[in-house]
Design a protein around this ligand. Structure first.
Ligand code: AMP
Ligand code: MG
Length: 501
């Protein structure tokens, strides 16, 4: 469909064309297919302001035209990005944006550069057998979970808006079509490096690595930063993934499809397909209907992140040293830091969940013993830590979490924790304050997400907006949100999630 002139153009900032200026092998130029009857479903006004855009400056119709790809912002040069990837451990030399387009980059109000991306914008040369479209359910799911993650302080791509296209997409069952406008620190993935490494295109690899260093400069000056930028790039990726996955673990998040094409060099959470949050704590928890062997189980995520980083390291070898053996020797010590770094980030996060700011060697067994008890009790991950928060707020209260059958085991654990808190410096109320900020009251519980999406598919967006408001204030109690804070009843439990592509 041809772009039509709009009576009400939006004052949208002009886009940069940084990725689009890379050589042809990096992307394919594609015009968005557009939408026959675009209707604005959601506009992220807070993110608009971060981007320096006045969300009130345009009508809903103008926004729908823009976010559907019917009308392009100034400077936009849409491209489908090329990438490869390991999907469930199997290498696929060509994946690429099969239904998404990068419109260009935008300077945010803080001076950072972000990608503006339309997901569901139509077919591209990378579509293979796919239709290039996205369905309403998965689009709104990504919108909601991404915003919840952001509110929880976890790096993530974000939704700028969602638009219904007016078309039906053939899924089982058929669904309304939709487009997600996504903003990301970048869409450079481990799979982007794999694409060029598999083709032995060293100049392209170097260009990609240089762009990555420019977009995501290493945060800490390590030895590698001075010696060798490409080893610094790997060190930075190791650090970003360690922090990210540790944060996922601390909140009970299961990404569900940690393929290398869904692993962003920015360190943001990318691609909310069959993701889910733990209700019951179980290290082996798997939700994705296509994860038959539990490769991407909750407790496996640190190991998988390390595996993905090893794939990145392999790609960087030719940039690090022309002698392959020497290159391996130079990257291995960096890769080998990951288990220690993810463990340290995890420990720091878990300490805060227990109100601890200092470090003692017994902290690890203290945390592990709590988790073991939680597993035996089939305890709700979020509610257990909230219960501990209330115990820290009121030292008179020594109750075991509601419903626990091993009261004595909990009591002896609680005494250890209590003694440990007694060794923290500062005033006695401090641990409770730390815990109140580290332990959310509310996560997007799978059954609530499904209920809201069901209503949205039937044409009622109100339950979705209500849930979105609640999950974007995860530390705030309000009577009207109380129903979102409790675990599912047995009949409500969602144990399977789907990509829904
Ligand atoms: P994902 O599982 O969303 O990470 O996607 C994996 C690959 O499949 C990427 O190359 C996507 O672009 C492609 N893909 C997913 N859904 C579609 C679709 N409906 N049409 C075309 N390509 C798709
Ligand atoms: Mg993907």
């Amino acid at each position: 469909m041809a772009a039509r002139p709009h009576p009400d153009p939006l004052p949208f900032p002009a886009l940069e064309q940084i990725y689009a200026r890379l050589p042809r092998g990096f992307h394919a130029r594609v015009s968005p297919a557009g939408a026959p009857a675009p209707r604005l479903l959601m506009l992220n006004t807070a993110l608009c302001r971060e981007l320096g855009i006045d969300p009130g400056a345009g009508t809903a119709e103008a926004w729908a035209g823009l976010l559907s790809g019917n009308r392009l912002p100034r400077g936009a040069e849409p491209v489908a990005m090329a990438y490869a990837g390991h999907q469930f451990g199997q290498f696929v030399p060509q994946l690429g944006d099969g239904r998404a387009l990068l419109l260009g980059e935008i300077w945010d109000a803080a001076g950072g550069l972000r990608d503006l991306h339309l997901k569901g914008a139509g077919r591209t040369p990378f579509s293979r057998t796919g239709d290039g479209r996205a369905a309403l359910g998965p689009v709104l799911r990504e919108y909601l979970v991404g915003e919840a993650m952001h509110a929880l302080g976890i790096p993530t791509t974000r939704a700028l808006g969602a638009v219904a296209t007016g078309e039906t997409v053939l899924r089982d069952p058929p669904q309304p079509g939709a487009i997600l406008a996504r903003v990301a620190a970048s869409h450079i993935r481990v799979g982007t490096f794999e694409y060029f490494a598999a083709r032995r295109d060293i100049p392209a690899l170097r260009q990609l690595a240089d762009l990555t260093l420019a977009r995501h400069p290493p945060q800490e000056a390590t030895q590698e930063t001075q010696d060798d930028p490409y080893r610094a790039l790997l060190a930075s990726a190791v650090e970003r993934q360690a922090r990210l996955v540790a944060q996922w673990m601390g909140i009970g998040f299961v990404h569900g499809v940690m393929n290398t094409d869904n692993t962003a060099l920015s360190g943001e959470t990318l691609d909310y397909g069959p993701c889910a949050f733990l209700d019951v704590y179980r290290p082996g928890a798997v939700f994705s209907a296509i994860d038959h062997h539990g490769r991407y189980a909750y407790g496996n995520q640190p190991r998988i992140a390390e595996w993905n980083l090893a794939r990145l390291a392999e790609c960087l070898l030719p940039l690090v040293d022309t002698d392959p053996q020497r290159a391996v020797e130079r990257v291995m010590p960096i890769l080998e830091r990951f288990p220690e770094r993810v463990g340290a980030c995890w420990l720091e996060g878990m300490r805060r969940k227990l109100g601890l700011e200092t470090a003692e060697t017994e902290d690890t067994p203290l945390i592990q013993d709590l988790l073991a008890l939680m597993e035996q009790e089939e305890a709700d991950f979020t509610l257990t830590f909230r219960h501990l928060t209330t115990l820290a707020e009121d030292p008179e209260n020594q109750a075991a979490p509601p419903g626990w059958s091993r009261g004595e085991a909990f009591a002896s654990w609680r005494v250890r924790w209590h003694h440990r808190l007694g060794r923290e410096p500062g005033d006695a109320a401090r641990p409770a304050r730390i815990m109140a900020r580290a332990n959310p009251l509310r996560i997007p519980r799978n059954h609530r997400v499904e209920q809201a999406l069901e209503a949205a598919r039937a044409g009622d967006l109100e339950p979705f907006r209500h849930l979105l408001e609640a999950v974007t204030h995860p530390f705030e109690a309000r009577p009207e949100w109380a129903a979102f804070d409790t675990p599912p009843q047995p009949g409500e439990r969602v144990t399977r999630t789907f990509c829904g592509t």
